[in-house]
Structures are given as C-alpha cells and as structure tokens.
Ligand binder design. Structure first.
Ligand SMILES: NC(=O)CCC(=O)C(=O)O
Length: 264
C-alpha cells in the first residue's frame, strides 16, 4: 500500500488557493502510483486565521464536494486532514475520509482541543472515535493534539485499527514531541502511524513539517523535512501479526487494574 503525505504551506484564510494546492499535489501523488493521500489539519484555512468564523465551511459542503470529486477523478483514497466546519452556529475541526470511488466513508470532529492556543474558545469538541474501513483494512484517525492522549489512541487500537492517521498543525518549538509521541503511539499500539503536518506559518505559529510514516516496531519508514514536500512510503500490514506475536501487549495487558479507586 503506497501512501503520500501532502505537507504544504497552507495559505491562511484562502480556501481557493488551498484547494488548488491540494488538487495539484494529490494529482501528482496519484500519477506516482499512490493508493492514498493524506492531508494536514485545517488544510482549507490553516490553524487558524482571526476571521475563521466568517470563513468557515457551512456543514463542510465545499470541502466534501472537493474531496469527493478529487478522490474519484484521481481514483485515490483521501484522508482529508481536517477543515473548519460550521454547524448550528458552532465551529468544528472536522476530518472527512473518502474512498477511491469518491464515497464519504466517515468523519471525525477533533476531540481534544488545543487549550494552550485557545482552540476551545473558537471550536466545539467532538465526542466520538473515528474508526473506519478502507477496502478491508481497519483504520482510525485522530487530530493533532489528540496525539498527546494515549488513552484515546489506545481505544483506536482496541477497536482494531491497523493504521492510525494523525493530521496536524504542529508548530516549533515542539518538533521533538511530535516525533517522539508519534513513534511512541506506534510502538505501544503496535500499529502503523501515518502523521501529516503542515509547514509554513499562521500568525505566531511556525509549523514544523516532518510528516512521518512509522511502522509498528517504531521504525521511521519515511520522513519529511521542514518545508513543502510530498512524503511517500509503502506499508506492509503483514508485519503487525509478526510483531504482536513476538511481544503480545494486547494479550498481556491488565485492564482490570487500570482504574483509580475514588481518584482520577
Ligand atoms: N494543532 C494542535 O492541536 C497543536 C498541538 C500542539 O502544538 C501540541 O500538542 O504541542
């Protein structure tokens, strides 16, 4: 399975410019034979311009139509990073998953909002995990800051995901956290992690790139640099079985111990 990670400098507040950028790069990935393309967090407007409320995509209609057309015309699966969706007067940081025929397979609203950046003052949180199948492969996606919540990611693994997608807008100076947390999540859950970050800037944020594909042993199969790039790698899902039979954490875990009596 060949996967392309579309790492690009999102133009803050300019949906049409970003649609153009994504279209060109996804077409390029499809021509190079990729089965899937993965976009970063808030690829339509960036993370996030001051007038984000007015610019938001009502019910995500524009993004869904764009992604569905692009997937079908390129015959490529799309993990549609996330976009700014307005619903009932509230904003959500929403991911759409689209198959190679252009069908919407699932959607996800970011559940852990980045309070150090005030995201919770602008967006409303989601309340469900995003697990889905593309072909017959079980997968899951989270968004950026969700990565810091190991218990959330563990739920995706327990639900059977073999690949976790992490669209992000992760800035400097926390590149080391990005790299270590993505590798840790892959090792502890013994699944593939496909993490796509943006580059460029929005306000004070300087996004650190380094999109990565990590195998269930924690090896980095492909990694980008700081700038604009399509990072492509191939994954072989059969290694999961082998690694889980060597160190079987799913058999050996002790969920009956994992609660604090009367404490959180
Ligand atoms: N977009 C985000 O959620 C940023 C997360 C981040 O920078 C961090 O966890 O550190």
């Amino acid at each position: 399975m060949k996967i392309s990670l579309i790492q690009f400098p999102i133009v803050p507040g300019d949906r049409l410019a970003n649609f153009d950028q994504v279209r060109r790069r996804v077409q390029q990935a499809a021509r190079a034979g990729s089965d899937m393309a993965v976009l970063p967090e808030l690829w339509d407007l960036s993370f996030y311009p001051p007038d984000v409320y007015d610019l938001a995509d009502e019910e995500g209609r524009q993004a869904q139509a764009f992604l569905q057309d692009l997937a079908a015309s390129c015959h490529i699966q799309l993990i549609g990073g996330s976009i700014v969706r307005r619903h009932d007067g509230c904003l959500y940081n929403t991911t759409y998953i689209v198959d190679e025929e252009g069908n919407r397979v699932s959607s996800y609203d970011k559940c852990h909002l980045f309070t150090p950046g005030g995201e919770e003052k602008v967006f409303a949180p989601g309340d469900h995990l995003n697990t889905f199948f593309l072909g017959d492969i079980p997968m899951a996606s989270i968004t950026c800051y969700d990565l810091r919540f190991g218990e959330w990611v563990r739920m995706a693994a327990l639900a059977g995901a073999q690949i976790l997608f992490v669209p992000a807008a992760w800035p400097h100076p926390r590149l080391a956290h990005w790299q270590i947390l993505n590798r840790a999540r892959a090792i502890e859950n013994q699944f593939f992690v496909v993490a796509v970050n943006s580059c460029g800037t929005c306000g004070d944020y300087r996004f650190c790139g380094h999109s990565m594909i990590i195998d269930p042993w924690g090896e980095v199969l492909a990694q980008g640099g700081d700038g604009e790039e399509i990072v492509t790698g191939e994954i072989d899902l059969s290694v999961i079985k082998d690694i889980r039979s060597r160190i079987n954490v799913f058999r050996d875990r002790r969920p009956e111990l994992y609660h604090l009596e009367g404490k959180r």
